[in-house]
Ligand binder design. Structure first.
Ligand code: SAM
Length: 240
């Protein structure tokens, strides 16, 4: 077996992006912790040559979902971590890195099952994504329900999806979001509702009603606050 110190040279020869994702998520804050939690989260995988030729995606139109293997390019670290603190456990309990889906991991490889909405030569139109804009994608594989869906499987650390919290809208914010949605041709109102319902605030922060939070989706900036803990009100949706 090659010693670990020899691997980077071999890997850089063998592993390189097959494309980059153009995603609704322009920053890490508010990206759901897993795919499928925000079905309105959309993006386009732009394939690089030679995979931008139609032949590379022939047959994929028969598939509803694909696995994306990708690089957590904004979380790459020199020193491998053995234990991590998953946000799901409130950020104050640590677990072995291999027991989690943390972005801080050896080789920085992520994997997500996402919906394949449309296939063009050189472009895959995806939804239900949990990937940052500009993410380098290493491979795409069809989801195979009989092998990939295991009804008897369990995971006591993450048995159910995170609890969603109610999201209210100020009337101006809703109108602003609807106008930007029409301009972008994107389900922006749903995207904002689905992502904020995941309560993106760090678990250790007590959300004072006076504190404003903000994030960018596509080319708009969304601002909100917590009128009381466990409830979000969207205040503004402005051009970023
Ligand atoms: N489904 C994937 C997996 O299990 O490997 C990702 C799970 S990871 C917990 C999800 C988080 O990764 C998102 O909330 C987002 O903050 C972060 N993320 C997404 N794309 C990233 C990227 N390219 N670089 C760094 N972090 C990223």
């Amino acid at each position: 077996m090659a010693p670990r110190s020899h691997l980077p040279a071999i890997m850089s020869h063998l592993v390189s992006p097959i494309g980059y994702l153009r995603s609704c998520f322009k920053e890490k804050f508010t990206i759901p912790r897993q795919p499928q939690l925000a079905p309105a989260a959309r993006g386009v995988l732009e394939l690089l040559p030679p995979f931008d030729q139609g032949q590379a995606v022939e047959g994929l139109e028969q598939v509803s979902h694909v696995w994306l293997l990708f690089l957590f390019h904004q979380a790459l670290e020199e020193k491998p971590r053995l234990k991590v603190r998953p946000p799901r456990l409130g950020g104050n309990r640590s677990l072995g890195v291999f027991a989690t889906r943390s972005t801080h991991r050896p080789n920085g490889i992520g994997q997500s099952v996402v919906r394949l909405d449309k296939v063009d030569a050189g472009r895959l139109w995806l939804s239900g994504i949990d990937l940052l804009d500009g993410t380098p994608v290493l491979d795409v594989k069809p989801y195979v329900p009989y092998a990939d869906c295991l009804p008897q499987a369990h995971n006591a650390i993450a048995e159910t999806p995170p609890l969603a919290i109610p999201v209210d809208w100020s009337e101006p914010a809703r109108l602003q979001a609807q106008a930007h949605a029409a301009r972008l041709g994107e389900p922006l109102v749903e995207l904002i509702g689905q992502c904020l319902a995941q309560d993106p605030r760090p678990a250790y922060q007590v959300p004072e009603p006076s504190r404003r939070y903000g994030v960018r989706f596509w080319d708009v900036e969304v601002r909100w606050h917590y009128p009381r803990p466990g409830r979000i009100r969207v205040l503004e949706v402005l051009p970023a």
